[in-house]
Design a binder for this molecule. Sequence first.
Ligand code: TRP
Length: 372
Amino acid sequence: MSNKKIILTGDRPTGRLHIGHYVGSLRRRVQIQNEGNFDKMYVMIADAQALTDNFDNPEKIRENIIEVALDYLSVGLDPSKITLFVQSYVKELTEITFYYMNLVTIARLHRNPTVKSEIEMRQFGGESIPAGFFTYPVSQAADITAFKGNIIPVGDDQLPMLEQTREIVRSFNRIYDTDILVEPKEVLPDNEACMRLPGTDGKAKMSKSLGNCIYLSDSSEELKKKIMGMYTDPNHIQVSDPGQVEGNMVFTYLDAFIKEDSFEKYAEIAKLDKEDDTLDKLKEHYKRGGLGDVKVKNFLYQILDAELAPIRERRKYYEARIEEVYKILEDGSKEAQKEAAKTLNEMKNAMKINYFEDKDLIASHVKKYENK
Ligand code: TRP
């Protein structure tokens, strides 16, 4: 077993990426990439996984691969340092999934909390869940292990997938008496607000269908409009009223996006009081009363706009180079495919299903029939 540091992660291409993706995982990926302390890093566009519940609408996936790729490049993922690829172009992943299916029970899949809640959300009644969707955690285990990924930057909704992957790794290594597969470990966001950034309306999760997202590609004007319309404290009517900070999206987003120099840079433009020079003090002021929503919203807008501006700029650069972006994905997919093929080969050796390469097997069968 090697102790290489291999980072692997990905997203389903069902829409543009939003700031929930950003604080939940993208920002961390870029940081890891730029620190450079790894052997290999892969970021995958999980189109095959997205098809498990969009099989009747492949057009949606086809349209969004480029969107996700543009979002990746615009946050600063750099194809000269890491490998960006498209899942379905690595056909070994489906073969690996097929062998892993044997190591997982239906009961275990039913217990996967992410699958459970997704089944409820999609209202598959009774036994009418498509088998492909039901088993996607197995395919995700293939995604991770095909590259021997051991560091997986994800949001906490992916923890059940990683747990299941570890179980598959242990089963495989035990049953086939090998140590080729590696157990992955998650890297989670370091603060609560980033773990599960709620939508601008205060609803549980940022999601396209709820229309409560701020996209990485939103213009400065769109951003401002969305922030000004954000859910705060419905009982905070007059500026002088005491306000609630919990469940107030403006403060939740500040928790997620505030930086050390945010007050120094933007407090004045947002017309905050001089005394309110930390987030804790700002919250206290809001709770006491006397601090209006518009000021806090404007402060948040300044911070977010500064964070998103370079992302928008880079997006523009790549939007003018679409063919180049497709080429990046194609080259990355070829490279990823080679790597996955190596692992699959090792797996087949461990399972002893490499019949044609197994000279001993052939010799033993020659012997078996020699003296007949
Ligand atoms: N399930 C992930 C999501 O919905 C996408 C994904 C597919 C993934 N394969 C992966 C994430 C492997 C990390 C590692 O966002």
